[in-house]
Ligand binder design. Structure first.
Ligand code: CUA
Length: 308
């Protein structure tokens, strides 16, 4: 958005905008032209607003950047949800934010009003009211109703996240190490020798190829089938780590000597990036997670390639 205000106006010079009266934006110039130019400013703002989307769209098209689930520069808000759980988290956030704004506006209004009406200059002799039953009932009942409106969806989400899928198609074990992750696909173990296990290390900055994300790309991604119920078992071999992928809505501690379990259902194909989220030593920032969700056929051929 920053480039927006440097764009030239109709006469080629950069448009200079200043505030004359509260609420009206005008271009510098003679009084007679103001009305006409007012319209122009509004149009320019519309143009800027839409062009931002156009630029983003073009950059994506021209450079064929595959959109992936990772943090963006200057990002505000969440990454796109790839699982129903993450969608639930985003919805709950918006839900609670509604009440938050209501409370914020109300409390601010009360504060400003109290400062305005009850300062020493305006109100030198204070009232001696110490209580009022009606208002006390209202300010007890009303917040508890709001709390209930927050609690009900919150608990619903909490318990649905906790629910472990009864019959997951695949079980994947993620083991945290200082400082990389090991993944085990234990469904395919026919003997002690044959198992699908691999380490996943971050790709160092010097070895990055075009399109790979710094501090996020790994040498071996966790390949999972999309639209399939998965069970994740998370553990650690040394210290505390945390397996966290924002767009999957997963943040699960990896504790040595303990198995933590979550289940996910990735709804679309793509790569979801995450990072270790428990301070685990010097290279804590350098043990990212990359989950690649593919079609079930692609997953099956990947797994059979890995096993042979
Ligand atoms: Cu592993 Cu932080």
């Amino acid at each position: 958005m920053q480039f927006g205000l440097l764009l030239p106006g109709g006469d080629g010079r950069p448009i200079k905008i200043y505030k004359e009266k509260a609420g009206s934006l005008l271009i510098s110039g003679a009084k007679g032209r103001r009305e006409r130019q007012k319209k122009k400013v509004i149009l320019e703002f519309f143009w800027l607003f839409f062009s931002c989307y156009k630029v983003e769209y073009l950059v994506e098209k021209v450079f064929t950047i595959a959109s992936c689930d990772a943090a963006e520069p200057w990002q505000l808000g969440f990454q796109d949800a790839a699982t129903p759980v993450m969608q639930g988290i985003i919805d709950l956030h918006h839900d609670i934010f509604f009440f938050l704004i209501l409370i914020l506006v109300f409390v601010l209004w009360m504060l400003v009003r109290a400062l305005w009406h009850f300062n020493h200059g305006r109100n030198p002799i204070p009232q001696r009211i110490v209580h009022g039953t009606t208002i006390e009932i209202i300010w007890t009942i009303f917040p508890s109703i709001i709390l209930m409106f927050i609690a009900i969806p919150s608990f619903a989400l909490l318990y649905s996240m906790d629910e472990v899928v009864v019959n997951p198609a695949i079980t994947i074990k993620a083991i945290g190490h200082q400082w990389y992750w090991t993944y085990e696909y234990s469904d395919y173990n026919s003997s002690d020798e044959q198992s699908l296990t691999f380490d996943s290390y971050m790709i160092p900055e010097d070895d990055l190829e075009v399109g790979q994300l710094r501090l996020l790309e790994v040498d071996n991604r966790v390949v999972v089938p999309a639209k399939t119920h998965l069970r994740l078992i998370i553990a650690s071999a040394d210290v505390l780590h945390s397996w966290a992928v924002p767009s999957l809505g997963v943040k699960c501690d990896a504790v040595p000597g303990r198995l933590n379990q979550t289940s996910i259902l990735v709804q679309r194909e793509g790569v979801c990036y995450g990072q270790c989220s428990e301070i685990c030593g010097t290279n804590h920032a350098f043990m990212p997670i990359a989950v690649e969700a593919v079609s079930f056929e692609d997953y099956a051929s990947w797994a059979s390639n890995r096993l042979s």
